[in-house]
Design a protein. Structure first.
Length: 183
């Protein structure tokens, strides 16, 4: 099992774990399936969640990538659970003859709830992640909370989930590059 945790490829002066590359490629496949509104998006994403969970706890697993991002690892757990919900919701809709999801804009009330959930979630996650010693705890908290909101929004068919993902990725790419996670 050690080979799976430690195997890496050297690219442009950095060692990148194969499971990070594979996990991200599987996650990309899940996104493409989701864009096509295929129910398989959810279980495919769950495989990526398991792989990426181990990537973001490199120090815990004593792997070459030893930076721990507890928010990133925690969001993989929630992604897994949210994916189970999305899989069930889309499968149930399809079984009844309806499309997996009917995309729609959120109502004003739903947008306020989204904003309130973001503020409260970050307010809780930030100090917890800081206490755990997470790298970049405020950014990690936003990525964690925003990712959960975007995934649940996707499961419900809210168009705004794309806007949340853009905001998450803007912060996320910067944090991950600073932490040495390149894929």
């Amino acid at each position: 099992m050690e080979w799976l945790l430690d195997t890496s490829v050297h690219v442009l002066g950095a060692d990148i774990l194969w499971r990070e590359i594979i996990g991200n490629l599987i996650g990309l496949a899940s996104a493409v399936l989701g864009m096509r509104r295929l129910t398989w998006a959810w279980p495919v994403g769950m495989v990526a969640n398991v792989l990426l969970f181990t990537v973001f706890l490199g120090g815990v697993f004593h792997t070459p990538q030893a930076t721990d991002l507890y928010g990133q690892a925690g969001r993989q757990v929630f992604f897994f659970l949210a994916s189970a919900y999305g899989w069930w919701r889309w499968h149930t809709a399809r079984a009844s003859g309806a499309p997996a999801v009917q995309p729609r804009w959120a109502t004003g009330r739903e947008r306020l709830a989204l904003l309130a959930a973001a503020v409260v979630g970050i307010g809780i996650a930030w100090p917890v992640l800081a206490r755990l010693g997470s790298f970049g705890p405020l950014a990690d908290a936003w990525i964690f909370v925003g990712s959960l909101l975007a995934t649940l929004g996707m499961a419900r068919g809210l168009v705004e989930f794309w806007l949340v993902w853009i905001a998450v990725d803007t912060v996320g790419v910067t944090l991950l590059l600073r932490a040495g996670f390149y894929p």
